[in-house]
Design a protein around this ligand. Structure first.
Ligand code: AP5
Length: 215
């Protein structure tokens, strides 16, 4: 199964993707995580992406599309969940063209809708594990020991683009460049929307109910 998970920054895409891939045995392809991996490794792409990411701007399409084509090519036959890609109409068209070459398509698009006030609180309180990528929140998804990853004991960090100022810029870019994908996918694909302001467990159950009816 091939799933696209759309949503505002901080809507909970990464959090929900982890639930979905664990339940359905799919690969989690997060463009943000892949870019951060390139930055940690110090690759050319990582260096080129750095200033865009830190200011909350989108990384240019040509860099992202090439990176994601590589990742999709290496994904298992069981399928994948795309998180953060596509993020512009041009990226969505390139993805469709890639899949059409092997007579494939996106099976379902799920859009997480969260309000700006909620996502600003979520993102500024987010802490992540630089080693395993686990995500926590200082108030509503706390690790067992303050500031330490439950899985590997690593000290949690705050992403450089998780300040209130950069989040506002990410939201602006989302509404200008990514929100149009909702109409694009509504017309072409199985498309479902979810209220993502509520509890992560409730959102998960709603996603699972929909996916359960599709598999
Ligand atoms: P990316 O890493 O994709 O950032 P994003 O889309 O802004 O999404 P986030 O990772 O911030 O949020 P999320 O929805 O995954 O929320 P999460 O589950 O972590 O991209 C970063 C940058 O890379 C971009 O700005 C851009 O520069 C570049 N980039 C990436 N893809 C690109 C592309 N395709 N094209 C161009 N540039 C690209 O949850 C957030 C917090 O809330 C966590 O602390 C979590 O614990 C908590 N939380 C989650 N759900 C709930 C809930 N229901 N209730 C309470 N708390 C919750």
């Amino acid at each position: 199964m091939r799933i696209v998970l759309l949503g505002t920054p901080g809507a909970g895409k990464g959090t929900q993707c982890k639930f979905i891939v664990n339940k359905y045995g799919l690969e989690h392809l997060s463009s943000g995580d892949i870019l951060r991996r390139h930055r940690t490794e110090g690759s050319d792409l990582g260096r080129q992406a750095q200033s865009y990411m830190d200011s909350g701007a989108l990384v240019p399409d040509e860099l992202i599309v090439e990176m994601m084509i590589d990742e999709i090519g290496g994904a298992p036959k069981s399928g994948y969940v795309l998180d953060g890609f596509p993020r512009t109409l041009n990226q969505a068209v390139k993805l469709d063209e890639l899949l059409a070459r092997s007579r494939e398509k996106i099976d379902v698009v799920m859009n997480l809708k969260a309000s700006d006030d909620v996502v600003i609180k979520r993102i500024t309180g987010r802490r992540s594990c630089p080693k395993c990528g686990a995500v926590y929140h200082i108030d509503n998804m706390k690790p067992k020991v303050d500031g330490i990853c439950d899985h590997d004991g690593t000290v949690l960090v705050q992403r450089p683009d998780d300040t209130a100022e950069v989040v506002r810029s990410r939201l602006k870019n989302y509404y200008e460049q990514t929100a149009p994908l909702v109409d694009y996918y509504k017309e072409k694909n199985s498309f479902y929307e979810f209220d993502a302001d509520g509890d992560a467990g409730v959102v998960k159950e709603e996603l699972f109910e929909k996916l359960g009816a599709l598999v």
